[in-house]
Design a protein around this ligand. Structure first.
Ligand code: FAD
Length: 468
């Protein structure tokens, strides 16, 4: 195959962006088609004209960990590493709402697993017996293989109970981390995915769980900088362009697009990467490309709700905290990233984003109800919020934020390679072994590009080989 080989990547989320960059870097002529008017998929920002002036709002708070090496590499590639920095050392303030006591989950420079020992020994939200129990469960986790199919069928909650974890230990430690990373409570999580998260984040390297988050609107990174990098690599980007069907004629792929500047056209390519969610993939996959295409429809989804509150004063001193004993899960200070204080008169205001994962019960609740529930709760957690004026309150709802990490989901997630030559799948929901994260999306894009280049006989020297 010569360097004139062509590829169409469908879907401009992180998976599609990664695949398109990797294929273009290898010398293919790549077209990236994205139905929306922007890149970034589930990671995006929008402008809001609020009483506080114009805000740049992220659809949902996103964080990543130092162990997310593929995502870190993408940030480097986009020139965004300094915009989305990591903590020097993991440090998570955890506030117990009932006792109004602040604990910290911090690491030291000691080797694994001692790096967390001092913090756990002092963690005030668990009794000494519960802390000892956590150590025993952690050692048991260390011996598990997250890829073991038996674990995929077991739920994490039952495993924790069998390993002596009290409901308090589940709430104040396992779910505190697990709900945010897996988007489900322990009882609803595949043990394989839980083992992946806790082993990789807590036991793979001392710095693995150091937390990073964007200091700029996410759209600046995953739309604007991604576009620049793709264009520089020679990728043709077709926004507002929905793929309607994918068919094979005379040994080549035809992608029919139904809207946008290329509406009505058929794009022809040697390689197609479908980097769209599972339901859309099911609709686009040609017959015979997967042994049991309908299995994709059994991969559920899970919502994330974000509540955005602008106060007329500073009510939180830390960049973020997590809460236990409260409906509030994680709270982030978004003031600087939103550009809020650049509006004259707002210099003293603060904008908090409250990130609520596994939000099935609240995702469709009216704003007024959410406001009535969460504003008093924030006042309970943050004394400085009592008496502060609310300048703006709004919510963002992502009903299909992630795939549901339910027991058994592992056997439903397809690999990058399909049974149709030249047709590949990518997306956080494919078989990366990771939960639905930016890391999983980037890894899936790389995996799809690797398979494609392999089949085309291209060298893959530039493609990173991530550790499992
Ligand atoms: C509120 C929220 C909070 C999150 N928090 C975190 C977090 O803290 N850390 C973390 O790592 N992850 C987090 N995630 C998950 C993470 O955002 C996703 O796992 C990841 O972005 C998925 O990327 P993707 O490329 O696989 O899919 P998507 O982002 O869904 O991209 C698919 C793209 O395909 C396009 N598309 C669909 N159909 C077509 C078609 N027919 N033609 C053309 N284009 C099409 C869509 O418009 C979309 O742009 C969060 C997600 C949400 C929503």
């Amino acid at each position: 195959m010569t360097s004139t080989a062509t590829a169409v990547v469908v879907g401009g989320g992180l998976a599609g962006t990664t695949a398109a960059l990797a294929l273009a870097d290898a010398g293919l002529r790549v077209t990236l088609v994205e139905g929306r008017p922007r890149l970034g998929g589930l990671v995006f920002s929008f402008r809001r004209d609020s009483a506080a002036g114009e805000l740049s709002v992220d659809n949902g708070q996103h964080v990543y960990l130092r162990c997310c090496t593929a995502y870190g590499r993408m940030l480097d590639r986009l020139g965004a590493a300094r915009l989305v920095p990591l903590q020097d050392r993991m440090d998570v303030p955890v506030l117990d709402a009932d006792r109004m006591r602040l604990g910290r989950l911090r690491r030291t420079a000691l080797p694994v697993p001692l790096h967390l020992a001092a913090s756990l020994a002092r963690y005030p939200h668990l009794s000494p017996a519960e802390r000892a129990g956590v150590v025993r469960a952690t050692l048991a986790l260390q011996g598990l293989d997250p890829a073991d199919p038996v674990l995929d069928g077991v739920d994490f909650g039952s495993w924790l109970r069998r390993h002596g974890q009290s409901s308090r230990a589940v709430e104040a430690l396992w779910d505190l981390v697990g709900i945010a990373t897996l988007n489900a409570r322990a009882g609803d999580v595949s043990m394989g995915l839980a083992a992946k998260v806790f082993k990789t984040g807590l036991l793979s390297a001392p710095g693995a769980a150091d937390i990073g988050w964007s200091r700029v609107p996410l759209g600046d990174v995953h739309d604007a900088l991604a576009r620049t990098a793709l264009e520089k690599a020679g990728v043709r980007i077709a926004l507002r362009t929905r793929a309607a069907s994918v068919t094979r004629t005379d040994g080549r792929w035809q992608v029919a697009v139904e809207s946008g500047p290329h509406g009505g056209e058929r794009l022809t390519a040697d390689t197609v990467v479908l980097a769209v969610p599972q339901r859309e993939t099911h609709g686009l996959l040609p017959a015979g490309a997967l042994a049991d295409r309908d299995r994709l429809l059994d991969i559920g989804t899970a919502p994330i709700l974000n509540l955005h509150v602008v106060y007329d004063r500073k009510v939180l001193r830390r960049p973020f905290f997590a809460a236990v004993g409260s409906p509030v899960q994680w709270v982030f200070d978004r003031t600087d990233a939103s550009g809020l204080t650049r509006t004259p008169g707002n210099e003293r205001c603060q904008y908090l984003a409250v990130s609520q994962s596994a939000a099935q019960e609240e995702i469709d609740q009216p704003v007024a109800k959410l406001r009535a529930r969460y504003l008093p709760e924030l006042e309970r957690l943050l004394p400085a919020a009592r008496g502060a004026r609310i300048i703006d309150f709004f919510v963002t709802r992502e009903r299909t934020a992630t795939f549901a990490p339910a027991p058994g989901v592992g056997r439903l997630r397809p690999a990058a390679r399909t049974q149709a030559p030249g047709l590949y799948l990518a997306g956080a929901w494919t078989a990366t072994g990771w939960p639905a994260t930016m890391e999983s999306a980037v890894r899936s894009g790389t995996a799809a590009a690797r398979e494609a280049l392999n089949e085309l006989g291209f060298p893959q020297g530039q493609l990173p080989q991530e550790a499992a």
